[in-house]
Design a protein around this ligand. Structure first.
Ligand SMILES: [Zn+2]
Length: 301
């Protein structure tokens, strides 16, 4: 239960992206849990998005880094299962609960990597005209290598493949496949057991979320381990159930939009009332109403 409370606090940061919320929050009680995923791959859970970690002879390769005040604890957790300093940090998207440790990691010598729209949204001084939703990051926090469709790393006896899904949770999402370990980090295209946050202001869209889940399932088998952006380590069945929920919500809302209903009317009709008990756990910040609203707004784009 404490974990869930921390998770909610962590996610609130992305609802108020204008202020450096993390700096004022108390992270002193946050513990980093290290969960073995598969050969050479771990998932780290603390506060904020789940971290993927590949370890081996070449050195730690990290996916996402939560919040700056947690960097020391995260590095200690990495050092407990791996030799060497962090060589790469790959961001799944630009939200503060996934990139907050970038500046520390960059200063410590890690190369920061992400989809090109992550750099744009973290650097509105350069891209002010095109970005509706963004927050200026310090120079050392910015990705120094960006990609558009995808990129592959041959590292730690692994083939680590990152690929982009357009307009899903944001417009800069990357999914990371650890090919040999048969594990996949979905970023925030997948919230295990919860309604997702779809950042429509950052180019997110429910159709992309459905597409992302399908793309991950297409490269999974029954043994695949799935690291979600938030929530516990998952199975392909968990992801399939989540995708089916998204499809159900999307189809219901699309029908209502086709009938000429407004977003307000659709929300008021409570089209997810039969789903809320399953997908809106206690203390979660995306209730059925918000799920409907963000989905409808994306479908109107
Ligand atoms: Zn996110």
């Amino acid at each position: 239960m404490q974990r869930r409370t921390l998770l909610v606090i962590g996610l609130l940061g992305i609802s108020f992206t204008v202020a450096p919320v993390a700096a004022q929050r108390d992270f002193s009680n946050v513990q980093i849990r290290t969960i073995p995923v598969s050969d050479g791959v771990y998932m780290l859970m603390g506060s904020g998005g789940n971290i993927g970690l590949s370890v081996g002879e070449d050195g730690p390769f990290v996916v996402d880094d939560q919040y700056a005040p947690l960097t020391e604890k995260i590095l200690a957790a990495i050092a407990a299962v791996s030799d060497g300093s962090v060589r790469f940090v790959l961001n799944t998207h630009w939200h503060g609960d996934h990139v907050g440790g970038n500046e520390n990691m960059g200063k410590a010598g890690a190369m920061i990597l992400a989809h090109e729209n992550v750099r744009k949204r973290m650097n509105p001084a350069e891209f002010r005209d095109v970005m509706e939703s963004s927050q200026q990051a310090p120079p050392d926090a910015l990705p120094v290598v960006t990609f558009t469709d995808g990129v592959t790393f041959y590292w730690n006896d692994e083939k680590i493949r990152a690929f982009h899904i357009p307009h899903a949770h944001t417009d800069g999402d990357a999914i990371i496949q650890y090919t040999n370990a048969n594990a996949i980090h979905t970023g925030d295209t997948f919230f295990n057991g919860m309604y997702p946050f779809i950042d429509v202001g950052s180019g997110g869209h429910i159709d992309g979320m459905i597409h992302a889940a399908g793309a991950v399932l297409a490269i999974s088998n029954s043994e695949t381990k799935i690291i979600p952006g938030h929530g516990e380590l998952a199975t392909p069945d968990d992801l399939r159930e989540y995708r089916d929920m998204l499809i159900t919500v999307r189809d219901r809302i699309q029908t209502m939009l086709n009938d000429g209903m407004s977003v307000e009317e659709i929300v008021a009709s409570k089209p997810t009332s039969d789903l809320d008990a399953r997908w809106y756990p206690e203390n979660w910040f995306i209730a059925g109403d918000r799920m409907v609203e963000q989905s409808a707004r994306s479908l109107m784009r």
